[in-house]
Design a binder for this molecule. Sequence first.
Ligand code: GLY
Length: 308
Amino acid sequence: MIVLASEGGEVGIGAAVEVLRSGGTALDAVEAATRLVEADSSNHTVGVGGLPNLLGEVELDASIMDGRTLATGAVGALRGFRHPITVARRVMEELPHVLLVGEGAARFAREIGAEEAELLTPEARQRWQEWLGENVPEEVRRAWPPRELAPWARLTAQPRLPRGTVNVLAQDRAGHLAVAVSTSGWALKYPGRLGDSPIVGAGNYCDDRYGAAACTGVGEWTIRCGTARAIVLYMKLGYSIEAACEEAARELAALDRSSIQGGVNILALDRWGKPYAVTTRDRPPTYVLWEEGMQAPEERQAQRIAMD
Ligand code: GLY
């Protein structure tokens, strides 16, 4: 049994450990952990408290995947619901579809009785207003939003705003794998922008036969490379988990990345429950890990892969 979670996941990993220790499934464990991160309003990159889009609206993305069956569900640009990960799971379980976005996702969330919530906290609203104050001339701000938002969206490609996501990966007692990913996405994004978190294959993938992978960071890069699926495919082809992650990082390095600043962090598990974490960033992030035999989760640091 093992659980690993990216930065911000510390608040949720204990719940996942409890699920696994009591004989629960990896799928239940990753959902339980992610729900706690989504409810943590001090985290400005996931769930309640997440930073909004350019219009001041918080749009949430999430996905979940079951490595036992390859079943998956995802929501994108969901507004007004506390736990997008649970809505994503219900998409997986109750619809013949994989991904719902925007109004359709909200409609489905209402239909299943998902908990509604005001996602924009006073602190997140203040950070949005501060950014507008620092970057947008007063005459434009007075009539906000302008007809053309694209020039302002381009300004947000500089990494002065938080960019985060939570990844939770687990393997249960029966050896099954699951991955959950949840985010408020790129801070001050163009409305409707989806990153890699709801794109199964880019930000999230798992298959019991080979392994699991998930990403945080600039989703625009991992969508281009199909990073999470690529890592699992490399493991299928016989690569070690380290070689699979490093090959995927080399694919990211080969992109023309001049238009957006920022890198990618990858968390992976192989089918034997071996974890690995890499980053293309200069400063490797930490992640939290618990495996059978540990009293409590421990913090670890990702390996840095040079991109240039
Ligand atoms: N990796 C999260 C995002 O790009 O939105």
